[in-house]
Design a protein around this ligand. Structure first.
Ligand SMILES: [Cu+2]
Length: 692
């Protein structure tokens, strides 16, 4: 055993790790099934450049004779993805069996046929052109073309399209245009022109056809899109943090890319129907609905020979994920083992929440020394809480959060746990203090602090095996020392002292932030936004957005809800009138100004806790941070409102695109709006789009 899965290509930016991986595996006490070893998702291979494109930066790196600086000229990356039903399996640690599943999935360039429910990672640099051809071979679906179908009723499950989440690119035409429908039998090539000044960072991509987004993302159709930067900071310009995070060998620090997903598969009986069972209360009594009938819920049991599918919104209800007993997967694996860490070694973990119905709160604790290596078999969901309580008893490992939604933060934030909602990304720097096996747990969230809208339990996400090496007493001090040494090695002479001084000020990264803060003086007006789940019609719950709870309506495809002027900066004031919803807007990211809780406390301040919600600290330290997805907490009992103030610039790109709730089944049911960035008309207004 080499300690790596041979069938999945490794990440090209982790060259030189093979030797470490071999050493790690040989020195780790427990033998691990190869199928449980973590690896980064398959990476899209670079395509040969077209004739007119010069690979300036590559030549400079590989040929010492080329000394003259050359402008970076982008490369072309091409990806052909066919969408069809794919049969594979998902591991169930409770039964130790691989459950057969039949799901809509990508097939094509870079997709591993043995692990199809994760899309290939698109590795690019600023200035590149990414072309992705979608070839929809799903069965015909009349609901995609039925003009009478209601936009707030999930439909067109076999229609698709593509969204590059977090990218600052054009939202129109053949670019990041989610208003297209690529129906069964249709092929279309998307083209993302990533500008040369685009920030480097951790982004992702997934289908976004209104009506089928949740079903398809819940089937594992998602992948990471990593922009790698090689721009060092200068006196006048900021640089990419990638240029700092390099070891003495000149290679990037060890990187792990984790794409989290929730695939809520359920099985149909021989007649092709899902099974349902009565809901029981805690005393075992059957619960009745408002008409006096037994209240029914989906039966998640899969019998031998049955095949798991994702075909119904009954699989996407608020409590579904908890009820299902399924597992959050990492790059398509359930409870993987991250196996070649070393004490004292700096690792960069890029976390992507590409799932739909779990709030992920990762925490690392060492497994009890006396623990038997039966953790190798995986831990059943129901046994997770007991296992964690009895065996994952080490001190939590502090890690440093350095980027939020792909964008480098001005200062690292030290955490034992962070809260990741669907759509969020976080880059962490982590140093493990000593050899041994560590549990990666998913800590519980509060009811309004999570997307399940209910308090949930601890789950096990996986294990990290740390090989032998000297114990490190203070991992943050070690990290600081390593980063200072990296700055001494890697930073240009005239900027080195500044970067080192920043790092010594409790890990500041001022020379690496991509966007200048938005000043009060830039702000021209505000946008108000309220999410609402409206129960007024007992037969049709409405998922709505408005400027107030009173005018909130489900998505209207033909209406532009907001006309915004190119060049302006505005404040957005976000609220939820019922339950909590992650707000996501395409194209331009936003900067958090303040987040006011029901008791008037600014929860975005460093160290702030929400005293009205069991001291939830998910917003602590977000003040000034840039993001593209932000959880708007809301209560379900009218006990108070949260008000979130964020600022954004409407920069470079014009056209129509969307904002929505990133609980994707809410989006499909109407929690979305069209917005349009328009040219100024020269007289204080905007020029309307051609068809409005
Ligand atoms: Cu929502």
């Amino acid at each position: 055993m080499t300690g790596m899965r041979k069938d999945r290509p490794r990440y090209p930016y982790s060259l030189g790790l093979l030797a470490l991986a071999v050493m790690g595996a040989a020195t780790t006490a427990q033998a691990v099934e190869a199928s449980r070893l973590f690896s980064n998702p398959p990476s899209l291979e670079q395509q040969a450049p077209t004739a007119k494109v010069v690979e300036g930066t590559l030549l400079l790196k590989s040929n010492a004779a080329f000394q003259a600086p050359q402008p970076h000229v982008g490369r072309e990356r091409q990806l052909d993805l066919t969408i069809k039903y794919t049969k594979n399996h998902i591991r169930d640690p409770a039964t130790k069996e691989d459950v057969p599943v039949l799901l809509r999935s990508y097939v094509g360039t870079g997709v591993d046929p043995k692990a199809p429910f994760i899309a290939p990672t698109i590795d690019v640099t600023p200035g590149d052109t990414v072309r992705i051809t979608l070839n929809n071979q799903l069965p015909a679906d009349s609901s995609c073309t039925d003009h009478d179908s209601k936009p707030d009723v999930p439909h067109c499950f076999n229609g698709t399209n593509l969204h590059s989440h977090g990218l600052w690119v054009s939202p129109t035409g053949n670019s990041d245009n989610v208003l297209l429908s690529i129906n069964p039998g249709v092929s279309f090539q998307y083209e993302y022109n990533i500008p040369a000044d685009h920030p480097a960072g951790t982004f992702w991509y997934h289908p976004h056809r209104h009506g089928s987004t949740a079903i398809q993302v819940a089937s594992g159709m998602a992948g990471a899109l990593i922009i790698h930067g090689d721009r060092k900071p200068t006196r006048d310009t900021n640089g990419d943090i990638d240029t700092l995070l390099k070891g003495a060998d000149g290679q990037s620090f060890k990187e792990r890319l984790l794409v989290f997903q929730q695939i809520p598969y359920a099985c149909k009986d021989a007649a092709g129907n899902f099974r349902y069972k009565p809901v029981k209360d805690k005393d075992g009594k059957v619960v009745k609905d408002k008409d006096g009938k037994d209240k029914m819920t989906l039966d998640w049991t899969c019998k031998p020979g049955e095949v798991g599918v994702v075909e119904s919104f009954d699989q996407l209800q608020p409590s579904s994920w908890t009820d299902s007993g399924r597992y959050t997967s990492v790059n398509g694996l359930v409870q993987p083992i991250f196996n070649d860490a070393r004490p004292g070694q700096v690792e960069r973990w890029r976390l992507v929440h590409a799932g739909i119905r779990d709030t992920i709160r990762p925490l690392f604790r060492k497994l009890k020394d006396s623990a038997k290596p039966d953790s190798d078999k995986g831990i059943a969901a129901l046994a997770s809480a007991n296992f964690i309580e009895q065996q994952c008893t080490g001190e939590p490992v502090n890690y440093q959060v350095i980027a939020s939604d792909g964008l480098t933060m001005e200062q690292a934030q030290s955490r034992q746990v962070i809260t990741m909602q669907p759509g969020y990304r976080n880059d962490l720097l982590i140093v493990f203090p000593e050899p041994g096996r560590y549990c990666v747990t998913d800590e519980p969230s509060t009811a309004s602090g999570g997307v399940g809208q209910q308090a949930n339990g601890r789950q096990l996400l996986g294990f990290v095996d740390v090989g032998p090496g000297a114990k490190v007493a203070d991992t943050k001090a070690r990290l600081t020392q390593e980063l200072v040494a990296a700055a001494e090695r890697n930073m240009p002479a005239d900027i080195k002292a500044t970067v080192v001084a920043d790092l010594k000020k409790d890990l500041r990264f001022d020379k690496f932030i991509p966007h200048p803060s938005i000043a009060d003086s830039e702000i021209k007006g505000e946008q108000k936004l309220v999410f609402l789940i409206d129960f007024k019609d007992p037969d049709h719950t409405k998922f709505a957005v408005g400027t107030t709870a009173e005018n909130a309506v489900p998505y209207q495809p033909g209406v532009v809800d907001r006309h915004l002027k190119l060049g302006d900066a505005q404040t957005w004031v976000l609220q939820s009138a019922f339950a909590s919803h992650p707000f996501h807007i395409h194209v331009n990211p936003f900067q958090i100004e303040k987040i006011i809780g029901p008791d008037g406390v600014d929860l975005s301040a460093p160290g702030a806790v929400d005293k009205t919600d069991k001291n939830d600290a998910q917003y602590a330290g977000m003040k000034g941070v840039w993001k593209d997805t932000l959880f708007v907490k809301g209560k379900t009992d009218n006990s108070g409102v949260y008000t979130l103030y964020v600022r954004t610039r409407y920069q470079r790109y014009i056209g129509e695109f969307v904002l929505h709730c990133h609980i994707l089944d809410h989006e499909d049911q109407g929690m979305m709006q069209n917005v349009s960035i328009e040219l100024p008309d020269g007289a204080g207004g905007t020029t309307m789009g051609a068809h409005h």
